[in-house]
Design a protein around this ligand. Sequence first.
Ligand SMILES: [Fe+2]
Length: 565
Amino acid sequence: MHDASAAIVVDGMVVAAAEEERFSRRKHHVGFPAGAIRYCLEESGASIKDVDVVALSWRPWVLGTRVMNALKSVSFSRKAFQAKASRGMGQMGNEWYELFVMKRLIKQHFGSLTGKIHYLDHHLCHAVSAFYVSPFEKAAALTVDGAGEDNTTVFWTCEGTEMKRIAAIKIPHSLGQFYAAITGFLGFKIQSDEYKVMGMTPYGKPVYADFFRNEVFDFCKDGTFRMKKRFLDYHLARQGMFLPETIKVLGKNRLPDEEVTNNHMDIAKSAQVVLEEVLFHMANHLHRETRTDTLCLAGGVALNCVANGKLYDNTPFRRIFVQPAAGDAGTSVGAALYAYHRYNREPRKYQMRDAYLGPSYSHQECVGALNEFGLSYRELLTKEELCSTIAAVLSEGKLVCWFQGRMEWGPRALGNRSLLADPRRAEMRDIINLKVKHREPFRPFAPSVLEEKSYDYFGNPIPSPFMLFAFKVNPNRQKDIPAVTHVDGTARPQTVKKEANPLYWNLIKEFENRTGVPVLLNTSFNVQEPIVCSPKDAVACFLKTKVDYLVLNNLLIEQPSNTPT
Ligand SMILES: [Fe+2]
């Protein structure tokens, strides 16, 4: 399905996990994750014969509810019906079909599977992917996405390995699909560019918030919500079509290459404000039901770090955990862990303390990639030399592609496949956009900060190792780190703990020793493609940019186009 991934659990521990897009090099890869499965088997030293259970995070036979939903839409719009039916049929012939013939697909790629195949509820896998790997023994959980088989939101209470469903909301009432349709209305890619809409919100005014709040959503007394009218149709939006009533209220939809206007910013802001209100409404209800102050969040909506950050001020939850791959990719970890504990009635023992579950590459592999591209390199012999050399060039305003160790799990680069820069220089945003990313100027860049110094800069109530919470930058610190402070004074920090990533921690520490600032600008190492995975991806991407340096493990490479000839 969308954002396909694989994860492997051995003796209760998540040994490896990765998104298929990193191997196939197709963003949000849809379909059988052959590359990710191959990697998981290799990393754990297993063959397909060693696998006891294959667990999938979808139950394809329940997907029939969507067909019923499509039929119901005939009554209000022929176009909406056609859009739903054509997407449903397309999925039926491809992704859903693959779910039914999983054993055959596995055999084709890896040989015969002797273990069983389990089909698990999609939202259960989301919930497990967060709670089972969290530090909590007991918690409430909220899973919110576009849609699972038929649920769009599920409320849970969790203890040990027990997951109890308290309530559920079904399609077409979907917060994720609402935000996705707004993303499409604003000319961006649905199920992909929602974070761009989120990045626009500080520039807009919530002029449509009342309309969304009163006319589109119904905040139900039982803590759930309903969509009152078919104002924005998700399936039509996927095809770039919008209902006349949408256009009457919001104006004409934006086409992908059109300029972003103030009205677009206002739409984004209004959608964000109401998404947050619906989320707080549900979270507060969940708290009343569960009486715990610990919350696990998962599902695509849990990637909305602006909303996540505000949960502390708008709900009684005090400890909130979101695992890095909160979207659909994360469900492979949930499926594998759930299946493991169903067979082995033992307490949970794995905790996701860092996101480095992807592949790493040897010195030989790095050298091989450089030779292939005819690049010369300098070897930095000690970790101290590596960190001090790179901290020095960063403090001089240079850009560095930083490739180290195991790749991150989830959509954020967290210091192993990152593009790094000096956060003290306000002009750095423009420089990166010019030399590397060519992205929308309104999108912010995020900081990595030493965990022990993070409160001084961000006042964050908890560590944020996966960049999934936006906080206010302390007013007296905003001038120190202008390149990572958004226009509304917020930032989405990654707090770096020494034990989680010693090399990256040391690099930031060395930068602090030189500049007095324990923060680096950290954006993902990619240019309009999935984040780089292998040294070969890294070199190819580096050469497409004007970034000054590439670091591949301990090898330093200068940008050839910057070297005078
Ligand atoms: Fe999902």
